[in-house]
Write a protein that binds this ligand. Structure first.
Ligand code: E4P
Length: 217
């Protein structure tokens, strides 16, 4: 399973990239706004940190402008994946960019039939938002199960990129369903390292080791 970081905070990306566990980055207009920086500059910087796909999202809603924005975004770096919304115009743009060899991440997916349309439009990634579905009392993870099953049934190459991940249990469930990617905030990936028994066990080992008076080096 690939892990993407869902942030436009370059220092956060740089710190976690050092673990060797990060396979790519996703951004969206809200995350760029939060960074307080110019989009093209942030995306270029992130692309230089990670060789994996870096999703940069269009902000127009009509086909022509969205296509031009997508073409501009992909020119920033070779590893940019253009993110388009799951609308009729967005999927037209997806098809046009995919035909030119551009990786497209179709975002704001909330149903399995939407996911089916994105795969048919040649999306490299589909981003179903599990957390936002859970927030309104629906089962976000069921959408991952349905999408994964549909893609398997027809052999679609589109990767299921689980988005709107809020906690490690989302990652666990998505991994059990065989989702290709989970994109998550830095806090979620950091929470995955933690277990109280790991901390307690380490404390005990270090206390016993100190009693020996030895040092390895
Ligand atoms: C990623 O591609 C999405 O934009 C992101 O995961 C949305 O997460 P949120 O629902 O926590 O804003």
């Amino acid at each position: 399973m690939k892990f993407f970081l869902d942030t436009a905070d370059v220092s956060e990306i740089r710190a976690l990239a050092e673990t060797g566990l990060i396979d790519g980055v996703t951004t969206n207009p809200s995350l760029i706004a939060k960074s307080g920086r110019r989009m093209a500059e942030v995306i270029a910087e992130i692309c230089a940190i990670t060789p994996g796909p870096v999703s940069a999202e269009v902000t127009a809603t009509d086909f022509e402008t969205m296509l031009r924005e997508g073409q501009y975004l992909r020119s920033i770096a070779a590893n940019v994946a253009v993110k388009v919304p799951l609308t009729e115009a967005g999927l037209r743009v997806c098809r046009a960019l995919a035909n030119d060899g551009t990786k497209v991440n179709v975002t704001l997916c909330f149903s399995a039939t939407q996911a089916l349309l994105a795969a048919k439009a040649g999306a490299a990634f589909i981003s179903p938002f599990v957390g936002r579905l859970d927030d309104i009392g629906q089962d976000g993870m069921q959408l991952i199960a349905d999408t994964a099953q549909i893609y398997r049934n027809y052999g679609f190459a589109t990767e299921v990129l689980v988005a709107s991940v809020r906690h490690p249990v989302h990652v666990l469930q998505a991994a059990k369903l065989g989702a290709h990617v989970a994109t998550m905030p830095a806090a979620t990936i950091r929470a995955m390292f933690k277990h109280p028994l790991t901390d307690r066990g380490l404390d005990a080992f270090l206390a016993d080791w100190a009693k020996t008076g030895q040092s390895i080096l």
